[in-house]
Design a protein around this ligand. Structure first.
Ligand code: HEC
Length: 201
C-alpha cells in the first residue's frame, strides 16, 4: 500500500478514536455535573441503540439499511392496545396535548406526564400558540379518511414509537419511553381521529 494511503488510514483511525474518547469525556462530564432530581434522573443519559445510531447520524448520515433497521426495531417495540380499542376520550386527549409537564426536575415524583403535542404541532385550529417542528395535525382524521384500521395502526405506532415511521425522528417516543400510558395514548388518538373532535371540524 502506498505510504500516503497508509498515513491517511492511520489518520482516520486516530480521528475516530479521538471522536470516541471525546464522546466518552463529554458523557463523563455530563454524568458528573448532573444528579437525579425528582422526575429527572441521570440514567436518561444512557442511549438506546437507536439513539446511539441517530447521534452518529448527526455527524455522518446513516446508510438507508441502518435507517430501515431502526424503523423496523421501533415498529417491533410497539404494543398495540390488547383489547383492540384505539380510541379514548378526545376531551382528555386535548388536555394531554396541552400539558407539557412531567419528567422534569421541577416535577414532583409521580407527576402524570402530558404529551406537549402543541409544542411541535398545530392541533386545534382555535389554539394560537403552537410550535411547527412537526406538521400541522389539524383535520388529521378528516384528511386521512377517518379511523380506518390502517390509520389507527399507523397513528398508534407513530405516537408509541416515533422512529417506527421515521428513523431518528425528534418526536418523543411516548409509549416506548414510558411518557404516556396506554389510556393517555387512546385519548390523544381520539383527539386526532374522532369525527366530533375539534381537530376534524
Ligand atoms: C418535539 C416535537 C414533537 C412533539 C412534542 C410531538 N411531535 Fe408529533 N411529530 C413531530 C415531527 C417532527 C413529526 C414529523 C415526522 C417525524 O419527523 O417524525 C411528527 C409527526 C407526527 C405524526 C405523523 C403525522 C403524519 O402526517 O403522518 C403524528 C400523528 C404525530 N406527530 C402526533 C403527535 C402527538 C399526538 C403528539 C403529542 C402526544 C406529538 N406528535 C408530539 C414532532 C413532535
Amino acid at each position: 500500500m502506498h505510504p500516503i494511503v497508509i498515513a491517511a488510514l492511520l489518520f482516520s483511525v486516530a480521528a475516530t478514536a479521538t471522536a470516541a474518547s471525546n464522546d466518552a469525556a463529554a458523557l463523563a462530564g455530563f454524568k458528573a455535573s448532573f444528579r437525579d432530581k425528582n422526575e429527572a434522573t441521570v440514567d436518561r443519559l444512557e442511549q438506546s441503540e437507536a439513539q446511539r445510531l441517530c447521534t452518529q447520524d448527526a455527524q455522518r448520515p446513516l446508510k438507508p439499511a441502518q435507517r430501515k433497521q431502526i424503523e423496523q426495531q421501533a415498529q417491533a417495540s410497539v404494543r398495540y392496545p390488547a383489547d383492540g380499542n384505539y380510541l379514548g376520550d378526545w376531551k382528555e386527549g386535548e388536555k394531554i396535548a396541552q400539558n407539557g409537564r412531567g419528567m422534569q426536575s421541577s416535577d414532583p415524583k409521580g407527576t402524570v406526564a402530558g404529551g406537549n403535542c402543541y409544542a411541535c404541532h398545530q392541533v386545534d385550529k382555535k389554539e394560537i400558540a403552537f410550535g411547527n417542528i412537526g406538521p400541522s395535525l389539524y383535520q388529521y382524521g378528516k384528511l386521512r379518511g377517518g379511523a380506518t384500521p390502517d390509520i389507527l395502526k399507523y397513528t398508534w405506532a407513530k405516537i408509541y414509537n416515533s422512529h417506527s415511521a421515521q428513523a431518528c425522528s425528534v418526536m418523543p417516543r411516548f409509549g416506548a419511553a414510558g411518557i404516556l400510558t396506554e389510556q393517555q395514548i387512546r385519548d390523544v388518538m381520539a383527539l386526532l381521529l374522532a369525527p366530533e373532535s375539534p381537530v376534524n371540524q
